[in-house]
Design a protein around this ligand. Structure first.
Ligand SMILES: Cc1cc2nc3c(=O)[nH]c(=O)nc-3n(C[C@H](O)[C@H](O)[C@H](O)COP(=O)(O)O)c2cc1C
Length: 268
């Protein structure tokens, strides 16, 4: 089966999912994959897209044990016309819960054929230098695992006579999926004394929640998804997410989720 051309498709506010997918695509034999980046808010206005060849590598971060709703909405703008897909859930060293199963269900509903999948670990979006969780992940070891997994998927697909003959991987998780918790309307705040109004935060925000005005930066808490892309993008360290329940959750993660976990691979 000819599958060499890869397309990576991801939602990745802090870049860890993107990094895993790029290593996986390289293992699949494509160092310069097509990239469909669903992170910027503009993709919701772009025309929907159909993939009809090659292999798709689809990745999302785990939010509350699920696929982030905004990522689901954006993935539903894509069709995979019988194209095989590798599904990847990247999590912050707590757990993936139902995210990989849900991602596989979304991909199947959009016409992709789940051929393999994996969970990888990415530095937790809430982590800080004082409360590190999975700091620096994915690291070199994770990247090598992703590359090697890509190689194995490639050889599995090359050996398969037909896509229909591929055995569907069994992903962990339950249906109905874990209930999404309602979250309070909070968002990162800007320290006016540090902010130089450069706009890096607004540019990084995947949901267009930040407006840089003449004298202040305003964030719409009803749009914010707490992804922390803005706090990481700020060159002045002027942005921080300090309202509860985030500090509490940050401390809990640091105390309970610091032991290193490893990627889990399914289907190859
Ligand atoms: C709102 C929110 C919820 C999260 N929920 C989980 C979770 O349930 N389990 C987990 O291990 N990590 C969780 N994380 C951490 C992210 O999955 C992790 O940091 C991931 O690497 C971020 O991916 P990205 O760099 O592609 O944005 C959560 C992060 C955010 C912002």
């Amino acid at each position: 089966m000819q599958t060499k051309r890869a397309t990576t498709i991801f939602f990745s506010p802090t870049g860890t999912t993107r990094k895993v997918l790029s290593a996986l695509a390289s293992g699949l034999g494509d160092d310069r994959p097509e990239v469909i980046d669903l992170t910027a808010p503009g993709v919701e206005q772009a025309p929907s897209l159909t993939l009809d060849k090659g292999i798709a590598v689809i990745g999302v971060p785990v939010y509350g044990g699920r696929v982030p709703p905004v990522a689901k909405k954006r993935l539903e703008r894509l069709r995979g016309d019988g194209v095989p897909a590798v599904l990847v859930a990247v999590y912050g060293n707590r757990a993936i819960d139902d995210a990989l199963l849900e991602l596989s269900d979304i991909a199947r509903a959009q016409g992709f054929i789940p051929a393999a999948g994996a969970s990888f670990i990415g530095e937790h979006s809430f982590a800080t230098p004082e409360t590190p969780v999975a700091a620096g992940r994915p690291d070199d070891q994770d990247v090598e695992i992703a590359r090697d997994f890509g190689r194995r998927i490639r050889s599995k697909l090359e050996q398969a006579q037909t896509l229909e003959g591929l055995e569907a991987p069994e992903f962990p998780g339950n249906r109905p999926y874990r209930e999404r918790k309602g979250s309070p309307n909070i968002a990162p705040v800007t320290d006016a004394a540090l902010c130089v109004r450069c706009g890096s935060c607004a540019e990084a925000c995947p949901v267009g929640a930040i407006e840089v005005r003449e004298t202040e930066v305003v964030t719409d808490p009803t749009l914010c998804i707490w992804c922390c892309a803005c706090t990481r993008a700020c060159p002045e360290q002027a942005r921080s997410l300090t309202q509860e329940p985030v500090p509490q959750s940050r401390k809990w993660l640091w105390e309970n989720c610091s032991a290193r976990q490893e990627p889990t691979l399914f289907g190859a």
